[in-house]
Write a protein that binds this ligand. Structure first.
Ligand SMILES: Cc1cc2nc3c(=O)[nH]c(=O)nc-3n(C[C@H](O)[C@H](O)[C@H](O)COP(=O)(O)OP(=O)(O)OC[C@H]3O[C@@H](n4cnc5c(N)ncnc54)[C@H](O)[C@@H]3O)c2cc1C
Length: 542
């Protein structure tokens, strides 16, 4: 098998300056890694958690589950079988349905643990969001979201509380410590080589019970995207996970792990770009809401760079970006009028596009302020006429005028006879000033990852577990395929936390429930990875 160069440039001539020993080593202090380390500690293991940055990653607030205590309190009922089948169907069954079941069976317990151990000691709890986004029959939705909150009106950020928990439970958390290489002796993973980024030196950590990889995927790494998900580089103009450079996945593949063969990712439709931008010239790494238009996900009129409408705008947020990738230039424009803030609530968006999104877009004034800021920055343009707007957006005038006229006719007819947007979500464009902007995708994270079984053990080319190696979160594959299903709000973070918790329990105990996988020993063709990609050049800066 070809060797994927380690992201941080370890080479065999470098001698580790020392060797430390732990029982469980977790790599990456994000949504999966924080859960994994806490779970392993709970089982009595000595745990070391390494994180390459100086802080833990943002612990996400929208968390999906089935049958959590918060959902029971709110009377939220989800048919587990229907949900799992819907997820598998969304992925055209290019997933391991046993992993979907594993998530559905364990997500409630995981968010309950979070509520009991991290939120409640600080006076917070989880609130079940009952209103699934029902738009059309084509997109089945489930009320899976649980939001951490104190007052039921705004989010409670719990990252620091989680950090306190780790400290008070003697979890050895080492910042500025980066995974560069996994060590496998005979058929067992025995530890890793890490880089102390502050001291600029390498050392070894032996892990007697095992290693959990949770480094968050590879969306920051342009070379790996080019290799595994090249269309993502064209569709996206922003990467919102700049920490995730593929170190976990590449390290595991270098010792014989296999990975999903097709890409999966989640993309937001809120990436503002200056007029005239070419998508191939832009892949901006950002960890904040840089140039992020909150109303970008709203189903206002969207046209291609020729001024023509090309899709139903009222679809899962990634789909409009997918549809734009079939249009010239991959980018698209959004057009709206001065009355827009009055339609926002009735459009009934959910997840983090929700009107009244606790703590962010709490009312229409917040949306207006967000838009006005982008006007000041020159990323949203304002004009008195559609002609002037077309000119400012570099769109063909006649074509844009036609699209706007057609939109307004559909408002009157109460029917979108072109693409089937629900009538209550078609909004008029008649009251000036008019607004417009050019949008492209923002990749939030990649999901195609290492193949794992339902114990979270990483699989080798014979589909057998590599002993003492586990993965969770975006580094773990088999769960998503293609696009993200935003009609199951909070699934990405919950997948990371639930599988992190399972990985932590399993690595610590070594008692694995029997997997249902058909592990086999022979006659499986070996897939050659023949690339010598130097992954370091596109990596995010440490
Ligand atoms: C802007 C944005 C909004 C989102 N909103 C939601 C939401 O509302 N609901 C939802 O369900 N999901 C959401 N997601 C997705 C969710 O955040 C991810 O699915 C989840 O964080 C994945 O968890 P993870 O542990 O795999 O990765 P992360 O949480 O990204 O953690 C990975 C950690 O590994 C560290 N790391 C990387 N390389 C190394 C290395 N070599 N050595 C040591 N450490 C390393 C990173 O620094 C990072 O701290 C959002 C994502 C983004 C970017």
């Amino acid at each position: 098998m070809g060797y994927l160069k380690n992201v941080d440039g370890y080479n065999e001539d470098i001698k580790p300056v020392r060797t430390d020993t732990t029982e469980v080593l977790v790599i990456g202090a994000g949504n999966a890694g924080m859960m994994a380390s806490a779970a392993a500690n709970e089982q009595g293991a000595k745990v070391t958690l390494i994180e390459k940055e100086k802080t833990i990653n943002l612990m996400r607030v929208g968390l999906a589950s089935v049958d959590s205590n918060a959902q029971k309190r709110a009377g939220t009922v989800i048919d587990k079988r229907e949900l799992v089948e819907s997820l598998a169907s969304f992925a055209q069954h290019n997933v391991d349905e046993r992993l979907l079941n594993t998530w559905a069976d364990n997500s409630g317990e995981t968010v309950n643990w979070l509520e009991d151990n991290i939120l409640k000691p600080h006076g917070a709890h989880l609130k079940s969001e009952p209103d699934a986004m029902i738009t059309s029959k084509a997109y089945q939705a489930f009320p899976t979201e649980n939001d951490p909150t104190k007052d039921d009106k705004s989010f409670a950020q719990y990252g620091n509380w989680f950090l306190d928990y780790q400290k008070s439970h003697n979890i050895d958390l080492r910042f500025e410590t980066s995974l560069v290489k996994l060590i496998k002796e005979n058929d067992t993973v025995t530890g890793v080589i890490v880089k102390d980024l502050a001291k600029d030196e390498f050392y070894q950590i032996n892990a007697t019970k095992g290693v959990v990889i949770a480094t968050g995927g590879y969306s920051a790494n342009k070379d790996l995207l080019q290799k595994w998900d090249p269309l993502a580089l064209k569709k996206n103009v922003y990467n919102d996970s700049p920490r995730s450079n593929g170190a976990g996945i590449t390290s595991a593949m270098n010792i014989g792990a296999i990975k999903d063969e097709e890409p999966a990712e989640t993309i937001f439709d809120r990436g503002l770009v200056p007029v005239g931008t070419k998508t191939e010239d832009m892949y901006y790494q950002t960890s904040t809401y840089d140039h992020w238009l909150w109303i970008g996900s709203y189903p206002f009129l969207k046209v291609n760079l020729r001024g023509e409408r090309f899709s139903n705008e009222s679809v899962p947020y990634q789909f409009i970006v997918n549809a734009a990738s079939k249009e010239p230039g991959y980018l698209y424009a959004m057009i709206w009028d001065d009355n827009y803030s009055n339609y926002l609530e009735k459009i009934h968006m959910l997840g983090c596009a929700r009107f009244g999104f606790p703590g962010y877009m709490k009312d229409k004034e917040a949306f207006i302020a967000d838009t006005e800021q982008h006007i000041k920055d020159g990323l949203v343009v304002k004009a008195d006429t559609i002609e002037e707007l077309a000119d400012k957006l570099h769109l063909p005038v006649e074509s844009l005028k036609k699209s706007v006229e057609k939109n307004n006719q559909q408002v009157i007819a109460h029917k979108d006879d072109e693409f089937g947007k629900e009538a209550y979500r078609i909004t008029p464009i008649e009251k000036g000033p008019f607004y417009g902007c050019i949008l492209g995708g923002r990749i939030l994270c990649t999901f195609d990852g290492l193949r794992i079984n339902t114990n979270m053990e990483v699989l080798d080319e014979n589909y057998n577990p590599i002993k003492h190696l586990y993965a969770a979160g975006n580094d773990a594959g088999g769960f998503f395929w293609g696009s993200y299903n935003d009609r199951v709000p909070g699934l990405a973070a919950s997948h990371a936390q639930t599988f992190g918790r399972l990985a932590g329990k399993n690595v610590a105990t070594g008692n694995h429930p029997k997997t249902t996988e058909n592990s086999i020993n022979d006659n499986i063709p070996v897939v050659e990875v023949d690339d010598q990609t130097d992954a370091s050049s596109g990596a995010s800066q440490l």
